[in-house]
Design a protein around this ligand. Structure first.
Ligand SMILES: Cc1ncc(COP(=O)(O)O)c(C=O)c1O
Length: 438
């Protein structure tokens, strides 16, 4: 697949008054917004075996392709390095334990956690939210309230509904602005004396809109509430610093961060995790067990019952190395340019409706009047362009947008402007096939 810009889209104007495509943003080394001096150039399509062939992969918000470095790290973990962790007295197991715990420390450094003890390995963001709902949620009383927003992924809605069914809490939902952001002023005004938790997405998986976490954390804390952030779409594209953000819980999934599936992270403030009961019982999470009583290990082990996803944690650390080798600031700038170019190209097609704010992070949802998003996805697939079509696990948001589904193009570190060109050409073909306005 070519990663050069041989035939730039004929765009006029551009986002912010310039031609978005005039800014060459190819990560393979042609005009990438300068990474920090310490970072090296990575992110070219050649690093990703999953991108081989003539394929424009625009579904990174669903799951990211894996660089060879991550695949190699997983293969080593399951191959010559393989052994269990925490229990073995032999050297291989001790070494593996070190590598597993190094991975925890790597995650802690990546997100600016105060210590590796604040990092709980989970299966993913979904499990992290369920963990908080089932463990921390046990302290809630009937009449306590949890505040969500209208753009949340189902994984940040349903666990709270299950908790509501068990405890009698109430769920409030903050509205969105017309351009598809969480209405921060409205959300802050909805935090009341019975609000125990605000739980929101840092970056919307449908609209790409970014919320100001620090402001909301301050407002929640002023009312004695905590803040849980679903960072699934933020971790792969925004530099994170738990100290600066001021949240209390933060979750994300490894597979959207160019790492393995089946591994994710729950970060929680140390004192908060220490105050929470276990949510699953089994090996590795105990201090002592008898048939009369059991005592529990301190966090994070308290929340990691059973043999952990050893290779997953090691693969995640390799993914973090890869991503940091490029630099989050450079990744964010790169994806912002690609989204701007896509907005501009698709915005010129009369029957296309774009969703979300102009400065959305890495993600662009759209619809074509008179064409079902599944048809858009199928026709694009014929041209080797992979997008997502559906409700994106955000049915309440679809209701707000007034559509059953959207088409969604999402970008990653390996995409370039040739992918935007192919998307625009594919959409033009859709309009021709369906005879709608071009
Ligand atoms: C914003 C957001 N939250 C949560 C999730 C759930 O992530 P996972 O399925 O990896 O647990 C996703 C995945 O699409 C997401 O985009």
């Amino acid at each position: 697949m070519s990663d050069t810009l041989t035939s730039p889209l004929p765009l006029a104007g551009g986002v912010g008054g310039g031609n978005a495509l005039a800014a060459n943003t190819d990560f393979a080394g042609k005009g990438l917004p300068s990474p920090s001096p310490s970072s090296k150039r990575e992110g070219s399509k050649g690093d990703f075996p999953g991108l081989a062939g003539d394929w424009a992969y625009l579904d990174t918000a669903a799951t990211a392709q894996k660089p060879q470095a991550v695949i190699d790290a997983i293969a080593r973990a399951y191959g010559p390095d393989y052994a269990t962790v925490h229990r073995g007295v032999y050297e291989r197991s001790a070494t593996m334990t070190l590598r597993f715990e190094e991975a925890r420390a790597r995650v802690a450094a990546f997100i600016g956690a105060a210590s590796p003890y604040e990092i709980v390995f989970t299966r993913g963001a979904t499990e992290g939210i369920n963990l908080v709902a089932q463990s921390w949620g046990q302290r809630l009383q009937p009449g306590d309230r949890i505040l969500l927003s209208a753009l949340e992924h189902h994984s940040n809605i349903v666990p709270w509904q299950l908790l509501r069914d068990r405890t009698g809490i109430e769920i409030d939902v903050a509205p969105l602005t017309d351009d598809g952001r969480i209405d921060e002023a409205a959300l802050v005004a909805m935090i009341g004396p019975r609000t125990r938790l605000v739980a929101i997405a840092h970056v919307s998986n449908v609209l790409g809109s970014v919320v100001d976490i620090a402001t909301i954390a301050a407002a929640a804390h002023a009312q004695g509430a905590l803040l849980l952030v679903d960072g699934c779409q933020a971790a792969p594209r925004l530099a994170l610093d738990m100290q600066a953000l001021g949240a209390d819980f933060y979750v994300f999934s490894g597979h959207k961060l160019y790492g393995p599936t089946g591994i994710g992270v729950l970060w929680g403030r140390a004192e908060l995790l220490a105050s929470m009961p276990p949510w699953q019982g089994g090996g590795a999470m105990i201090e002592t067990v008898s048939f009369l009583s059991t005592t529990y290990a301190p966090p994070p082990q308290r929340f990691e019952a059973g043999t952990p996803h050893i290779a997953g944690a090691i693969g995640l650390a390799a993914a973090i190395d890869y991503v940091e080798g490029i630099g989050l600031a450079a990744i964010h700038a790169h994806e912002t340019t690609l989204v701007a170019a896509a907005r501009e190209a698709l915005g010129r097609i009369n029957s296309v409706r774009l969703f979300g704010p102009a400065d959305s992070a890495g993600i662009l949802s759209f619809a074509i009047e008179g064409v079902h998003p599944h048809d858009i996805g199928t026709i694009l697939d014929e041209s080797g362009v992979a997008i997502r079509a559906g409700h994106h696990c955000a049915q309440p948001l679809m209701a707000v947008l007034g559509v059953p589904a959207t088409a969604r193009a999402s970008f990653g570190i390996y995409n370039d402007l040739s992918d935007v060109e192919r998307l625009a050409a594919g959409i033009a073909r859709v309009t021709r096939i369906f005879g709608v306005e071009a």
